[in-house]
Ligand binder design. Structure first.
Ligand code: NAI
Length: 297
């Protein structure tokens, strides 16, 4: 296994959406060569360009040295095929939250990467043991769960599955620190720690909304201005994406044998069905049509 502090360390990131882009950015800033792959045509290249643009803007504003921004951008490479990740020391997956799709991706990856490469999943809630259940070498696989937006959120959950070796947990912990994160080792339980402990923040707010006690804007204002949370539950769900937080909520609820504190609502599901996903679709609990967050119809 490669030393996670090695100068030439290379990281493969699969999935160039919100999370994959963020992971690629912090890795490039940590001095790591990044290869980013997405099945969506042009998505990986667009993601690399977006990161480079944001870093160069930060440098122009005097928020970071220009050479650091330039060097980090030069470490980003869009891969044309999954096979281009063959030489990577570590591969982190940040694709759609679907057990079968993730399993089949890891089956492909196992055939591509070297025998001592590490594999990790950024899943929000799927059991690491279930993703790894069909792997040939689950001992080199673990969860590495970042939070959105990755460059701002320092926490990362390191989640060993039932077969993960201690050396792999240690290596992913070292890697997380190199990425400027604060790693926390957590158990492979439903929702891990953050999405279990924090779930009721969303479900209580959804219940209050369903009971028509208050609007999303009012509930968010109370949580921000009265209780001191940085974001209200609805703006947070719009940032996460309803296509991510609805299945996570449903999964954690089912896994807790129907604990009513963790139950979602019909409106939450309806928003998924009508593709009102939040910021990524332009409309969720709020409307982002003109750039500002306004109450959604
Ligand atoms: P996203 O929808 O923004 O991006 C997913 C990307 O994966 C898309 O670009 C899609 O084209 C690509 N993709 C889908 N299947 C693929 C495949 N087989 N091979 C390669 N690329 C593929 O999703 P997001 O929000 O980045 O989430 C990704 C993962 O991270 C999910 O497992 C999610 O649960 C997890 N996560 C999401 C968080 C959030 O706040 N959005 C927070 C922490 C984890």
């Amino acid at each position: 296994m490669q030393d996670m502090n090695a100068a030439g360390l290379s990281l493969g990131v699969v999935g160039a959406g919100a999370m994959g882009t963020g992971i690629a950015q912090v890795a490039a800033l940590g001095g790591i060569e990044v290869r980013l792959f997405d099945t969506r045509e042009g998505a990986a290249a667009k993601s690399c360009e977006g990161i480079a643009g944001r870093l160069s803007k930060r440098a122009a504003e005097g928020k970071m040295p220009a050479d650091e921004a330039r060097d980090a951008a030069a470490r980003l490479n869009a891969a044309g095929a999954l096979a281009d990740l063959s030489g990577c020391d570590v591969v982190v997956e940040a694709i759609v939250e679907d057990l079968e799709v993730k399993r089949s991706l890891f089956a492909e990856l196992e055939a591509i990467v070297s025998s001592d490469a590490l594999l990790a999943s950024n899943t929000s809630s799927l059991p690491i043991g279930a993703i790894g259940a069909e792997m040939k070498h689950p001992e080199r696989f673990a969860g590495l769960h970042f939070f959105n937006p990755v460059p701002l959120m320092k926490l990362v959950e390191v989640i060993p599955g039932p077969d993960t070796t201690e050396a792999v947990v240690e290596a992913l912990t070292v890697l997380s620190r190199r990425l400027g994160r604060t790693p926390v080792r957590v158990k492979d339980t439903p929702g891990f720690l953050v999405n279990y402990g924090g779930r009721a923040y969303a479900t209580e707010a959804l219940a209050i909304l369903q009971e028509t006690v208050a609007t999303p804007a009012e509930i968010d204002a109370v949580m921000r201005d009265c209780f001191g949370f940085r974001m209200g539950p609805f703006e947070l769900m719009d940032l996460t994406g309803v296509d991510v937080n609805f299945p996570v909520t449903r999964f954690v609820h089912e896994s807790s044998f129907g604990d009513p504190r963790l139950r979602s609502t019909a409106l939450h599901r309806y928003m998924l069905e009508t593709r009102r996903l939040g910021r990524k679709s332009g409309r969720g609990f709020f409307d982002y049509a003109d750039g500002a967050a306004r109450p959604s119809a």
